[in-house]
Design a protein around this ligand. Structure first.
Ligand code: 2BA
Length: 108
């Protein structure tokens, strides 16, 4: 068994979740925050058999889009944006997917 950890953009999370559950993957959705941009994203935990990992990756890839995000400078924290505080453009996503081997998975 494998555990997939997939970090996707919040805007894509509903459609990724629906597409996975439609194909009978079991999914847990976590609200998470990226350490660099400090904005919300969504992390899915997907426990599945190894032979079903490639299809899950295809689904996540299909519905996760790459976006450009304006990164606010730390100078704006606590006092709002001023001219020049949105200098940096950062490319985010589509999705970051990790696949881990699971020693045991039991349901009680
Ligand atoms: P964030 O950490 O907020 O990162 C957002 C985007 O900022 C990243 O997009 C990347 O383009 C850029 N970035 C991240 N760290 C950077 C750094 N130290 N210097 C310069 N630019 C940096 P993505 O790579 O698509 O990542 C999107 C989100 O996925 C990340 O949000 C993070 O929550 C997660 N993620 C990506 N790679 C990860 C990893 N190796 N381990 C854990 N989480 C990861």
């Amino acid at each position: 068994m494998k555990l997939m950890i997939a970090i996707v953009n919040n805007d894509d999370s509903a459609v990724v979740s629906s597409a996975l559950t439609r194909e009978n993957y079991t999914v847990t959705k976590l609200s998470t925050t990226g350490g660099f941009l400090m904005v919300g994203n969504t992390t899915f935990l997907i426990g599945t058999e190894e032979n079903r990992v490639p299809r899950a990756k295809e689904i996540i890839k299909e519905y996760s889009k790459t976006r450009t995000h304006d990164a606010a400078s730390t100078a704006s924290f606590g006092k709002g944006l001023a001219d020049g505080d949105l200098g940096a453009k950062v490319n985010v996503g589509g999705a970051m997917v990790f696949v881990l081997s699971v020693d045991e998975a039991e349901k009680y």
